[in-house]
Design a protein around this ligand. Sequence first.
Ligand code: NAD
Ligand code: ZN
Length: 247
Amino acid sequence: MKTEIEALRDPAARLVILTGAGISAESGLSTFRGNGGLWDGWPVEEVATPEAFERDPALVWRFYGERRRTAMDAEPNEAHRAVAAAERTMGERFLLVTQNIDGLHEAAGSRRVLPIHGSLWTTRCTGCGRRRPDRELHATLPVCERCGALERPDIVWFGERLDPAHLERLQAFLLRADDDHVPSVFLAIGTSGVVQPAASFVRFARACGAAAWLNDLDGTAENAPLFEHVVPGPATRVVPALLAPVG
Ligand code: NAD
Ligand code: ZN
């Protein structure tokens, strides 16, 4: 395939990439929208909410233990690597925003990344807020060494707010491209455009003058009409081609 984002040939161009579960699908991690709202057989809205954790923390920890177990063996793919290569070429003209919690972008070498939905690899205290690196599966409920309160996965669940610092960085990045009158591109990869507010970032990007591109397996993402260019196909094939000018 020959499709590439030509605007990226401009040496002043800025690029924002937003990724979702689809970019990790070819690394063997399951998405959920395609499976009737199930994430590996689990009803997502029933395990990924603060209410679920209050009701049954052991069940929620079992679900995230299962996520850790599968993600632990997963490797970044060609699409993750192409995204990391674009960052190496573009430096501070590049920003990655990911809804994924699997850590595969970081494993591929991405550094300028905002993990807006949190991380599978840290755990947070519900009492004092302390975060710590954690790769365990937790057969018994983990408690904080410092204050003794129950610990939780460091995930932004349905119904919880994103870190305002992440949103500010994204907005400042797009506003600056607009102020400087340089070409800018917003590229969404493998996200169904259902989960807010990420599904609306494309609106803000376009209001800031960015050209909007979407790669999705079959082009059926719910917010596809908001994009000017929709390129269907598997991310490992499409993304390296789109990013060839900065690869
Ligand atoms: P989603 O499951 O709702 O949608 C996945 C999208 O990716 C679909 O539009 C599908 O067509 C597309 N897709 C599937 N395979 C693809 C491929 N090989 N190449 C390109 N596109 C492909 O995912 P979402 O929009 O990210 O929303 C899901 C939420 O669930 C997010 O909040 C995320 O935190 C979480 N989640 C994360 C992971 C992960 O970290 N790997 C996995 C599942 C869900
Ligand atoms: Zn604590």
